[in-house]
Design a protein around this ligand. Structure first.
Ligand code: HEM
Ligand SMILES: *[C@@H]1O[C@H](CO)[C@@H](O)[C@H](O)[C@H]1NC(C)=O
Ligand SMILES: *[C@@H]1O[C@H](CO)[C@@H](O)[C@H](O)[C@H]1NC(C)=O
Length: 586
């Protein structure tokens, strides 16, 4: 018996060893350039498929004649960024001449979204194309396939056989010692908007694994209405299209869970009168999320009133469904014209105008990529403390206390968040509450076999960094990072994003913007409401609904839904609050 077991073991070991020896690792160094696809051939060797890349040669290294001209004419992303964030006089002209503004905006849409492969190509399961990548919606898509199995190192061929210790990386580069404020003046209202908006489509099914998700792959407003029909039914009042509300101190707020049992996440022992029911089950986490949940709820009900006045013949169902379409439209409008506008810091005034893409080659479908999710972990943007009308709360005091919003009321709460600086994105700025999140994220990145950071730079038309100093812009940081990773090509995705030097007049470094913008533009403009059959007044209840979308703004979202005078509502802390001493200077 014992002998048999022994023999068995030997056979298994032998099989593994032969598999390793025979595994063709030729693609581990990503030899194909410019988006060429590497395919192993036989036991060793590889072939690059350069189809559709405008390059040819063994490793797709030579541009076609036309491509050569295009490359020569094309400004670098840094040049474009400089242009867009300077020359105010030029942009004043562009912004005021309709056809120029439309033409530039159309370019923004197409140049950005062209970088996203659509239909999607990869998942985390295979380092090559599968049909599952298109049909399986339970997993995130992948922009770059996973590092092939049996490669010499976890990053392919670079770095050491063992990745650096995660806890050590987090301790050394991420821990916030003193809150570093966001240098262009971004407000905490922005941080919460980011978290609130993105959690409608970043929904990792952690129990199943980091590649699994339970979202709808886009801007589907499930964070307002609920994840499925069952949850929606619990949140709806079934009267005039409206959602359930409760009145507290004369203001409307989301209902309690006892009146809308949607299965929220609250710590055990949370009293019943603090368990609010919201479309996204984790939004009881912070009063800032509760604030956005409340304001969108009020907006939906306000829109329903307007639609009902226009269409007295419509039943509850039609008012509800149409209201929802208006809310999607308003969301995208506000995200582009307020949120992305602030984040980009462009002098070009951005536009949400779906008709600019009509007639262009553009796929109205979207898939959330796991890399987009990782890239959007903007936890440093959360400050350590909040000053709400003179009362100071630490972040810890905020956590699972949505009722802090009720105490101060909507007006004072949004006013205070507008006057309060966000944290800076970058190293040494993760507060204690978010350290476990970033630790887990880096582990997940490894489990998912994400390709090195520099590979992603190339995928998004950015030059790979040649040294740690070039990447961080800081000698000391560069040295420390090099001690951990040894090779610039072995730096992992999220660590690279955080450690990259910030761009002047920018919230982020180049990578977050140049990688994030394509996912973002694609996700917003590929929404069905932007397609020709949807994007017309009748979809939104006629001109009244269409106008609500086309004139929506962050400020109106709040002011239309707060009684009395309008508070300060801004993603940029106003100069009069703190002066602009700590900001980048123009
Ligand atoms: C202090 C405030 C915050 C806390 C306490 C917090 C906490 C968390 C926690 C516990 C997770 C889940 C991690 C896991 O399940 O593995 C998470 C995920 C995430 N957070 Fe935050 N977070 C905060 C703010 C933010 C902000 C401002 C953003 C900006 C966009 C953000 C973006 C994300 C993203 C994209 C995920 C992944 C969600 C998913 O895949 O399901 N978070 N956060
Ligand atoms: C989707 O892919 C995952 C991971 O490979 C698999 O577990 C799941 O069964 C697939 N779902 C469908 C519907 O094929
Ligand atoms: C808190 O904000 C108020 C304005 O809302 C300001 O007058 C006060 O000085 C701030 N307090 C602290 C401790 O920053």
């Amino acid at each position: 018996m014992k002998e048999l077991q022994c023999k068995c073991m030997l056979l298994v070991v032998l099989a593994v060893v032969t598999a390793m020896a025979s595994a063709n690792t030729a693609c581990c160094s990503y030899p194909c350039l410019n988006g060429g696809v590497c395919m192993t051939t036989g036991m060793k060797g590889f072939k690059c498929d350069c189809a559709g890349t405008d390059f040819y040669g063994t490793v797709c290294e030579t541009p076609t004649f036309m491509k050569r001209i295009k490359l020569w004419l094309k400004p670098s992303s840094d040049t474009t960024h400089y242009l867009l964030t300077h020359y105010n006089w030029l942009w004043n002209i562009v912004n005021s001449v309709e056809f120029l503004r439309n033409a530039v905006m159309k370019k923004v849409y197409t140049l950005r979204s062209d970088l996203i492969d659509s239909p999607p190509t990869y998942t985390s399961e295979h380092p090559y194309i599968t049909l599952d990548a298109n049909y399986n919606l339970t997993v995130y898509t992948r922009t770059l396939p996973p590092v092939p199995d049996h490669c010499p190192t976890p990053m392919g061929v670079w770095g050491k056989k063992e990745m650096p210790d995660v806890d050590k990386i987090v301790k050394r580069f991420f821990v916030r010692k003193k809150m570093i404020p966001e240098p262009i003046g971004t407000s905490a209202l922005f941080s919460f908007f980011a978290q609130h908006f993105t959690h409608q489509f970043f929904k990792t099914d952690v129990k199943k694994g980091p590649q699994y998700q339970w979202g709808g792959h886009g801007v589907d407003v499930t964070h307002v209405y609920g994840k499925d029909k069952d949850a929606e039914a619990k949140l709806r009042s079934f009267k005039d299209g409206k959602l359930k509300v409760q009145l507290i101190k004369g203001e409307e707020y989301p209902p309690l869970e006892k009146d809308a049992p949607v299965g929220m996440v609250y710590p055990p022992g949370t009293p019943e009168d603090r368990r609010f029911a919201i479309g996204q089950q984790v939004f009881g986490l912070l009063p800032g999320l509760f604030m956005y949940a409340t304001i969108w709820l009020r907006e939906h009900n306000r829109v329903c009133d307007i639609l009902k006045a226009e269409h007295p013949d419509w039943d509850d169902e039609r008012l509800y469904q149409t209201g929802k379409l208006v809310i999607v439209g308003e969301t995208i409008k506000i995200v582009i014209e307020d949120y992305v506008q602030h984040l980009s810091n462009y002098n070009l005034k951005l536009l949400f105008r779906p008709e600019l893409l009509f007639g262009e080659p553009f796929q109205y479908q979207n898939r959330i990529a796991v890399e987009f999710n990782h890239l959007y972990h903007w936890h440093p943007l959360m400050p350590s403390e909040f000053n709400i009308s003179g009362t100071t709360y630490t972040l810890r005091e905020f956590v699972y206390h949505p009722e802090i919003l009720l105490k101060h009321g909507m007006h004072d709460f949004v006013d205070s968040l507008s006057k309060q600086r966000a944290g800076q994105f970058g190293p040494f700025n993760h507060g204690p509450m978010t350290l476990p999140v970033v630790t887990e994220l880096i582990k997940q990145g490894r489990q998912l076999r994400l390709q090195p950071y520099n590979q992603y730079r190339k995928k998004f038309n950015l030059p790979a960094y040649k040294s740690f100093e070039q990447m961080t812009g800081n000698k000391e940081l560069a040295k420390a990072l090099e001690e951990e990773y040894h090779d610039i090509d072995a730096v992992e995705f999220y660590v690279g994003l955080i450690m990259e030097k910030r761009r002047y007049l920018s919230v982020f470094g180049t990578s977050v913007v140049e990688m994030g913008a394509p996912y973002s533009v694609k996700g917003l403009m590929a929404n069905p409401i932007c397609s020709p059959k949807y994007w017309k007044p009748s979809t939104f209840g006629g001109d009244v609904g269409f106008d609500i979308i086309n004139t929506a703004s962050l400020k109106k979202l709040f002011c239309n839904n707060i009684k009395g005078d309008c508070p300060t509502v801004t993603f940029q802390v106003p100069d009069y609050v703190e002066g602009d001493v700590l900001r980048d200077e123009l």
